[in-house]
Design a protein around this ligand. Structure first.
Ligand code: OOG
Ligand code: MG
Length: 259
């Protein structure tokens, strides 16, 4: 089995780097488990790291009911965030992407390590340096953006790019569950939501992240970022689009989509 997981990781890596779609793994390989899928994810990410990418954090996904419903998967998942995925300016090039979608998120940045099965919200606050409005660009490598739980985990939870706003905030500055988000595409309101969409409160997503990482022998390390999960449904974007995401009291991100 070890051999075939690594050949599946090779296949995903090829599709991720070439930006080409593939057929769901679960249609082609029988009996893949969630643990297998996380192992495929880890093996795939190791290939990027062997080429110089750094692990800069983690992302939670499918933490909101809207997102779970839209993809037909009813439990949270996590993925790796690599230095090569981070945008340093709010401009998204379609190069290297298949059918990208954009979603608003709250990011946490940590100053101390978090690990263990029994981490509480209190531990998370104590370890948090700041919170930052963020946008994630997801780009499932599966045909039609359609997958099962096992498929999406293997594909690093659809991670493609992410961007953190310039302004960071004290974790105590706002009730993050009550932060409202308005997403506009070319001036038109396309999604609205509030932080509470993320497991009731984004801090719960970090608690869940640590719990899941602990199961796989990993942790949140000092300096890492965690994306807590889409606050609204993700929207498809195309070259020439301007996406504005306003976070009440925390400013806005204006993302420009180019060829
Ligand atoms: C899976 C990734 C979901 C989120 O924030 O919920 C995600 C997908 O929908 O492709 O990143
Ligand atoms: Mg996301």
């Amino acid at each position: 089995m070890a051999l075939s997981l690594s050949s599946i990781a090779d296949e995903l890596y090829r599709h991720q780097t070439a930006a080409t779609e593939l057929k769901k793994l679960t249609l082609r390989y029988e009996g893949l488990t969630v643990d297998d899928a996380y192992e495929i994810q880890r093996l795939t990410m190791q290939k990027y790291m062997a080429e110089g990418a750094r692990l800069v954090g983690w992302k939670m996904g499918l933490t909101s009911k809207a997102k779970q419903r839209s993809v037909g998967v009813d439990e949270p998942i996590f993925g790796h965030l690599l230095s090569t995925m981070e945008l340093t300016r709010p401009t998204l090039s379609m190069k290297g992407l298949i059918h990208p979608r954009v979603e608003p998120e709250i990011a946490f940045v940590f100053r101390s390590r978090l690990e263990g099965p029994n981490v509480t919200a209190r531990d998370v606050w104590f370890a948090t340096e700041c919170v930052v409005p963020a946008v994630e660009i997801i780009d499932s490598r599966y045909e039609n953006f359609s997958f099962t739980l096992v498929d999406v985990i293997a594909d690093n939870a659809s991670s493609a790019r992410f961007y953190l706003a310039d302004q960071a905030f004290s974790p105590y500055a706002f009730r993050l569950d009550e932060v409202g988000v308005v997403m506009r595409q070319n001036g038109e309101v396309v999604q609205t939501g509030a932080g509470a969409a993320v497991l009731g409160h984004p801090v719960r997503s970090v608690v869940e992240q640590v719990r899941m990482l602990t199961r796989f022998g990993a942790a949140i390390e000092p300096g890492m970022v965690v994306l807590t999960g889409g606050i609204t449904e993700a929207i498809y974007v195309h070259p020439g689009d301007r996406v504005e995401i306003a976070f009440a009291g925390m400013g806005a991100i204006e993302l420009e989509i180019t060829e």
